[in-house]
Ligand binder design. Sequence first.
Ligand code: BES
Ligand code: ZN
Ligand code: ZN
Length: 491
Amino acid sequence: MKVSYRAFGCSEVEVRVIYLLENKLTLPKEELNKNISYAQGRNLFNGKNGELYTFTMDLMGNYQTVVLVGLGKEEELNLDKIRKATAKAIRKAKELKANKVFLRLPVNNKLTVEEMAKNATIAAHLADYTFNKYKTDKEKENDIVVSIGVHGLKEASSEVLEAIEEGNAIGKGIILARDLVNEPANVIYPETLAQAAIDAGKENGFEVEVYGLEKIKELKMEAFYSVAKASEKEPKLIVMRYFGNPEGKGEILGLVGKGLTYDSGGYSLKPTSGMVDMKSDMGGAASVIGAMSIISRQKLKINAVGVIAACENMISGSAYKPGDIIGSMAGKTIEIRNTDAEGRLTLVDAVTYIIEKENASEVIDLATLTGAALVALGDTTTAVVTNNDKFYGELKEVSSYTGEKFWQLPSFDEYKEMVKSEIADLNNSPGRNAGTITAGLFIGEFVKDKPWLHLDIAGTAWADKKTDLTIKGGTGSPVYTLYELVKKKSK
Ligand code: BES
Ligand code: ZN
Ligand code: ZN
């Protein structure tokens, strides 16, 4: 899909989407007003948020289907409503087999044309998204071309055009993350995940270096390697570098993504029900690749490095076992109490690597780390553990704009005690209590004094059912927020 700007009034579209505010239900075109009054008179459409009403009429000499989408009261208008209304309308347009869709944004005094255009563009991409490449009997999908306009704005300003282009880049980045998560583990394994990063780097302009087993051993990444060693598939350390601010070389944002291309649990084996969706255990890695793509596509003035320790957690005679004591790149020893708490082991070596070898001055790690995050916050909110309230404040601020939700969990000293081991420095599984916090704080033991945000996306990277902006499967969350956070820092 591609979204572009279009001056208001084009005649060749098949579906015209008109966003309407509850208190501004009249339009400049009389024939449209008649239809709206009719719908209102029969109580079929009142402009309430979430309402949708469709009719077909002769507009400027052409038959067109008009989809009215309600946004509610003007004073309560926000970007979330624009995104959801757009998604509803695009799905309706697909149902109507439209190829050319025009979105007429509402004239209002709450949101700028630029931010509406950008967010409508993103939502259009997300609502259009499907993953049915493995269905052999599928109907051919209609390829939608979307154009956006606002009444009274005939010539698009360069700001509006840029906003739409930014929306296209963000939409594509989120979809890349979704695709990578939705691909099964027999297709996406460490080597092919690395190839996907290389391809994204070529397309968007960041550098990618991929290290294999030899280098992983040379770097003494024993925690990472212990998880990887039962698999037939060679682990890969994927490093993505983007230096958009060469003068500020001292400031490098490190993005670390959990890259378990499959998590069987290892000898602490998961039940089948817990295993079926574990191709999604590289959701953090997918988000980092998606975010790096947008950051470099948009040429942000910032330095960002992404690191993924990609591997599979499997079973074999050479697997690591509960009770093992292993080392790590940072030199700390770890008692393995549960081989299913593998993500934190791969992550601590990736975090050490990004700080020591890539000189990251701040770190964000993203990981589908604990089922406990789902229990605590459900599938709408990402759990956060941090050592820096200011950094968290920045995240919260941009998230109120992107609509993705985050919530900080406490990191009291008592929790930090729980990750200590009786026989080694740390233990990888202190038990069920406070599971998301202790998993995060385990990683926190390796971030040194760097400002750090740990995002547990176990609940938010995957949707069990269709929602306004997602289908069942990978959501691409929190690519949008990550990009906006980096953009904010680049200013
Ligand atoms: N990948 C899982 C976490 C997960 C669970 C992600 C459900 C998405 C949905 C992780 O590696 C894991 O198995 N964590 C264990 C930790 C426990 C053994 C301390 C868990 O959450 O049960
Ligand atoms: Zn696991
Ligand atoms: Zn896992």
